[in-house]
Ligand binder design. Structure first.
Ligand code: NAD
Length: 311
């Protein structure tokens, strides 16, 4: 019985996780490529004898799942499951679980960091000084501004709480969120529609899964609803935003700034035009890349896998 482990950073937590797997008699196959695996590389390693996969962002498509003959369980090292064909997994009787609550604090903190970057341009100012300059870029204050949190799950809630901590007004939009107590406790307002939230917001932060319903939720028409001073933060998934429309909106100063940790194609293609804009920044999908989150992701995903394989 073998387990394939694909995430690169998982290796830092071997001491705490491998003994749990060895105890149950599993043999471990590591991703020795030092990068995200391709479909064929996964199939090559998991086509027979692999009962479980601990997966990062590597593609577990229908094609892959159909070829992994002994696969019983997939444990996500993280939260977003858009790289796993959940329908195919269900059809093939493969159990799937994600590491809920492992990285919400880290991603929320990066979202706040990106908000400050968009408001105060810290990295640009520092870079200017390092290059011998002393020019300033005028910023804006966040205090008193309205933060719209789109998607009020594990991460969105933490961002919303931090927004209140920064003395911002906070509105949330999430049609599936129903925790009135949370909203009352933190003095937040729930918007009935996405349009309402976008229209009142100075900062918009996206915290939703990528689904057919949410793909390109930010597009030419929804960008049109935003204030010209609006800042858009996306730490969720690149495909939530129609990047062509975002480019046009930023270039024409239809909105002020966008800061993302995710992109439709990661890493972006050389010459990607959004990266040429001064009012756009992108970090390399680093939201969950902290000591604390990585350790919890490793432990939770290992425990989830064992639980799925043994219960
Ligand atoms: P979660 O499941 O706890 O919360 C998602 C929320 O989105 C839920 O409350 C759900 O009701 C809401 N939602 C779903 N469809 C919606 C819609 N159409 N409109 C408004 N709200 C909707 O997930 P989470 O842990 O908060 O993570 C959110 C996303 O962040 C993940 O799906 C993942 O894509 C991304 N993520 C990114 C990183 C990173 O490193 N940048 C790390 C972890 C997660």
């Amino acid at each position: 019985m073998k387990i394939l482990i694909t995430p690169k950073s998982f290796g830092n937590y071997k001491d705490k996780t491998y003994p749990l797997l060895y105890d149950k008699g599993y043999e471990i196959i590591e991703n020795n490529l030092g990068r995200t695996m391709t479909e064929d590389e996964i199939i090559e390693r998991a086509r027979s004898g692999v009962v479980g996969i601990i997966v990062g962002i590597d593609p577990l498509s229908e094609r892959v799942l159909e070829r992994c003959a002994d696969l019983k369980a997939i444990s996500k090292y993280g939260v977003g499951m858009d790289n796993i064909d959940l329908k195919a997994a269900e059809r093939l009787g493969i159990r799937v679980k994600n590491a809920v609550g492992s990285n919400n604090i880290s991603v929320a903190e990066l979202a706040v960091a990106l908000m400050f970057e968009a408001a105060r341009h810290v990295s640009v100012l520092s870079q200017t000084v390092k290059q011998g300059g002393w020019d300033r870029v005028r910023g804006v204050e966040l205090t008193g501004k309205t933060l719209a949190v789109i998607g009020c799950g594990q991460i969105g809630r933490e961002v919303a709480i931090r927004g209140k901590g920064l003395a911002m007004k906070v509105v949330v939009y999430d049609p599936y969120f129903n925790d009135k107590e949370f909203l009352a406790k933190h003095d937040m307002m729930q918007c009935e529609t996405l349009s309402q939230a976008l229209a009142v917001a100075d900062v918009i932060s996206l915290h939703l899964p990528l689904t057919p319903e949410t793909k390109h939720m930010i597009n030419a028409s929804t960008l049109e609803l935003m204030k010209p001073s609006a800042i858009l933060i996306n730490t969720s998934r690149g495909e939530l935003v129609d990047e062509e429309s975002l480019y046009t909106a930023l270039k024409n100063k239809r909105i002020a700034f966008a800061a993302q940790d995710v992109f439709s194609k990661e890493p972006p293609a050389p010459g990607e035009k959004l990266l040429t804009l001064d009012n756009f920044i992108l970090t390399p999908h680093a939201g969950a890349y902290t000591n604390e989150a990585n350790e919890k992701m490793a432990l939770y995903s290992t425990r989830n896998l064992i639980e799925m394989l043994t219960s």
